[in-house]
Design a binder for this molecule. Structure first.
Ligand code: ADP
Ligand code: MG
Length: 357
């Protein structure tokens, strides 16, 4: 079990900075997701934690001990790249026990450890099977067993489900989370898929262009995004942004949005006249004749219990999530009402959220 602390960790390749210095702590036993688009520096960060890449600057501490310059093998961390890489000529038990054999552990102890690992993964009945005969899910469990058998202090997983189809990925997400709840080992899970991160993680670090933009629980990053990037990356459809200009004063409970006044959560900072954006999640919009913004219905996407209705307004196209039972006509002119308590405000220049109550 381990706490992982990252201090001002930076990585440059020649002139290019892949990871900008950030500082955060991953508490012992946490399922920690690093989420962001391709190229934002997730893998590079993970490789530095694993000891496969040397940072240009900064430190990595494992349970308080500075391991920045320790070899990967000395860190006692399991790096799970692709859960599918198994040795085809060995059976399941031999595959799982292989890392212990490489360490020179005795046969009896290896057998015990393999049994224990298989029990945790609920694959004891498969131990003497050939890996080529296994289903995709069982192959994945075996590969995970091979990472677990050394009893590492932490697991690092780099898009381990990336190659799977959606349905199977969903199943394995549930299993990984369930396994984590049983063994409680610190897990750093890298993904570009916000749904994966949202459904599995205790904490999510949202990364953009080498920088950690926000760290929080799934609910925190969804409900209180620290930046327009986070608000846009998390949630589908993403948060709507409606631009306006104005000044804000701490204590304000309304903003001057074009020619109307809109109720918002209490503002907690002062801001001179600046380009701003109102951030509205699709589920916080209702159709109402008295709504502050009017528009024309552009389209509706049926999703079962809800539908996503897109509306063209003077401030851009807005997506609203409505009940499927709501009747909507394309081309209809309607008013949009926002749930005032759930509105967010952003400074368009910096992209950062305005502090509110
Ligand atoms: P992610 O895993 O989030 O997709 P990476 O950490 O793999 O992102 O890469 C971050 C950036 O660093 C990318 O622009 C990538 O091209 C660059 N990069 C990664 N590894 C190297 C390397 N060994 N040499 C040069 N550039 C690299
Ligand atoms: Mg990557």
């Amino acid at each position: 079990m381990a706490q992982i602390r990252i201090e001002n960790l930076r990585k440059s390749f020649d002139q290019f900075t892949a990871v900008e210095g950030s500082t955060f702590t991953i508490d012992d036993g946490t399922f920690f997701a690093m989420l962001g688009p391709s190229g934002c520096g997730k893998t590079t960060t993970l490789r530095m934690i694993a000891g496969l890449e040397l940072p240009t600057e900064g430190k990595i501490l494992l349970d308080g001990e500075d391991v920045t310059f320790h070899r990967a093998a000395a860190r006692d961390i399991a790096f799970v790249f692709q859960l599918f890489a198994l040795y085809p000529h060995m059976n399941v038990g031999e595959n799982i026990g292989f890392p212990l054999k490489c360490q020179g552990m005795g046969r009896r102890e290896i057998r015990e450890r393999v049994q224990e690992t298989a029990r945790m993964l609920r694959i004891e009945h498969l131990l003497s099977r050939k890996t080529s005969k296994l289903s995709g899910g069982d192959r994945q469990r075996v590969a995970l067993g091979r990472a677990m058998v050394r009893r590492p202090k932490a697991f690092l997983m780099d898009e381990p489900l990336g190659a799977l189809d959606a349905e199977f990925r969903h199943l394995m997400c549930g299993e990984l989370r369930d396994l984590h709840d049983r063994i409680k080992a610190t897990t750093v899970y890298v993904t570009h898929d916000q749904l994966e991160a949202m459904s599995m993680a205790d904490q999510i670090a949202v990364m953009n262009k080498g920088r950690v933009e926000q760290i929080g629980t799934p609910q925190e990053v969804y409900d209180r995004p620290a930046s327009m990037f986070v608000a846009d990356f998390i949630g589908s459809p993403p948060m709507n942004f409606l631009r306006f200009e104005g000044g804000l004063r701490s204590g304000d409970r309304t903003v001057s949005f074009h020619d109307t006044r809109l109720a918002v959560p209490e503002i907690r900072e002062d801001r001179g006249n600046a380009p701003l954006a109102l951030g509205v999640r699709p589920e916080h919009i209702r159709f109402a004749d008295a709504g502050a913004v009017r528009g024309e219905v552009f389209g509706a996407e049926y999703l079962g219990t809800t539908q996503i209705v897109t509306v063209d307004t003077a401030y851009g196209r807005v997506a609203a999530r409505l009940s499927s039972s709501a009747s909507v006509r394309i081309g209809e002119n309607i008013g949009l009402e926002f749930n005032a308590e759930r509105l967010a405000l952003f400074d368009v220049g910096s992209g950062l959220a305005i502090r509110t109550a």
